[in-house]
Design a protein around this ligand. Sequence first.
Ligand code: G3P
Ligand code: CA
Length: 325
Amino acid sequence: MARRKPIVIAHRGASGYLPEHTLAAKALAHGMGADFLEQDVVLTKDEVPIVLHDFYLEGTTNVARKFTGRQREDGHFYAMDFTLAEIRTLAVHERRVKAGGNEFHPAYPDRFPVDIALFRIPTLAEEIELIEGLNKSRGREAGLYIEFKSVYRHRAQGLDLVGAVMNVLDRYDLADKPERVFLQCFDDATLKHLKHERKCKLPLVQLIGDNAWGEDSEVDYSFLRSGEGLDYIATYADGIGPWLSHIYLGTDSEGNPVLDDLVNGAQGRGLLVHPYTFRRDALPPGMDSFEQLLALFFDTLAVDGLFTDFPDLAVEYLQSRSTGE
Ligand code: G3P
Ligand code: CA
């Protein structure tokens, strides 16, 4: 795919400042000048695509209090067990993680207060309308960057996530707008289905995780990072979305960054490279500042874009680079 200026992808919106995947976080990211706004998408029980990172509701909403007893045996409140009408009654807050027993604490202590729950889970359609509206009122186009989450687990429940999302894109006339929408997935078979069976016109990005994470796919991520794996990806995708820690491997004894050759390998095969996730408040070991991390990826490695919770900082970094400040 043709290279252009690197893009800034607002990871779950401007999620460093407002609870992830809320319309507020997306509006803020738009205002900050992000090029693309990310949507992780799952289905409700009545098969409506909603914008939610987890397969479960308890990490970012008050579902446990509101729908006590509706969790499955594994303790999770599955989004697909709730209708859209039920999901609309939930309040969204900043992400919390289990601290042991029944205790929770903020996943990122310096972010938006976890006890303020002003927000709702948007549908994909609502989010598209927000972005289209802001594109018009601000006179600046931000695109969508949609991830199909847990396609296999949806299918196991008889739910067609890909079909439901593509129907929404069709409805908003976006399914044939490759400059406006990226599609991403950790699962290679889903991307191949989009490319070969659905003849999808949108750019497809193969996310590359770590085998230890137990992603919802049978793909071997170690293989995907190899030369042979990149050859394989290039047969169906336009880019890769690798974990930044598979590229920046830490520092050597003199404090210099140790880098994997994945970016070169992918770009040499014509693939775009959009690594994730760049967080000012969760720097990888050996990095002293967020700016240093951005410089390494934008300047030394020359990635084609990146996912960040802090889109303003990435936009400012690229602007200062282009004006030489
Ligand atoms: O989609 C890129 C990046 O967001 C992948 O990680 O878990 O935040 O969806 P995750
Ligand atoms: Ca994602």
